[in-house]
Design a protein around this ligand. Sequence first.
Ligand SMILES: Nc1ncnc2c1ncn2[C@@H]1O[C@H](COP(=O)(O)OP(=O)(O)OP(=O)(O)O)[C@@H](O)[C@H]1O
Ligand SMILES: [Mg+2]
Length: 264
Amino acid sequence: MPFHYLIFIIHLSQLLKKVIFAFSLLIITYFMAIDSIIALEGVSVYQRDNLILSDVSLNIHKSEFVYLVGKTGTGKSSLMKTLYADLPLKEGKAEVAGFSIPDLKHKEIPFLRRKIGIVFQDFQLLNDRSVNDNLIFVMKATGWKDEDAMRHRMNEVLDKVGLITKGFKMPHQLSGGEQQRVSIARSLINDPALLLADEPTGNLDPETSDGIMQLLFDISRSGRAVFMATHNYALLRKYPSRIIKCENGKLVEVGEGLIGIGEE
Ligand SMILES: Nc1ncnc2c1ncn2[C@@H]1O[C@H](COP(=O)(O)OP(=O)(O)OP(=O)(O)O)[C@@H](O)[C@H]1O
Ligand SMILES: [Mg+2]
């Protein structure tokens, strides 16, 4: 074989390697992008005219469980509210559960909220009606019509949170932990891609909090993303996962350990 022909083949094989490498990168990036449930880039979080967090970049994928920590008043709830379009987004790019937040029109907000389950510290159940009626209320408000389908879904989500026998009870007849389970059941009704939980264990004792954490981890393993704001470092120790912190007006990635948040 002539020498220049051999050189040509070597060059060609090197070029081929580079093309294959670039192509694989493209495929990986593509799959990461379609797997991404929260994708923020250069986002600013405001409360009225006050800048709370600036230059926020964050990616959260399917099945991920991510903690959001930070001292009181550093912007955890404000960031969550920006994600579910309760606070306007003035700067940056934000894709949440397939919706582009800056382009979202006011009338499209309910469609975004259907893709997001939201769980609060104080449960926010309707106290004038039973657990079942709390769930049916949300279904009707989000466009469900078929009574049988509603009953079926209601039982499915109550079963998931271990409350199948308590649907007839009024919220005040339940313990705090049970009420939080109802609020998690409510958040799951429309099969959301993302669960935002703002201090979900804030009002619960350690043992009850454990049960809620196990439930939230189960939910993330079933293909959803869970993003949970918390002050409870004991839970972070017991259920380690990725941690993000609000600090000095920025969002910083801490990793999985508590060293980065100055606790150990
Ligand atoms: N409705 C509001 N109007 C104006 N400013 C607000 C409002 N809600 C919160 N803020 C301000 O925004 C900043 C961030 O508050 P945020 O509630 O996001 O903090 P946080 O990290 O969730 O605190 P915590 O741990 O106490 O829940 C604080 O300075 C707070 O005073
Ligand atoms: Mg808060």
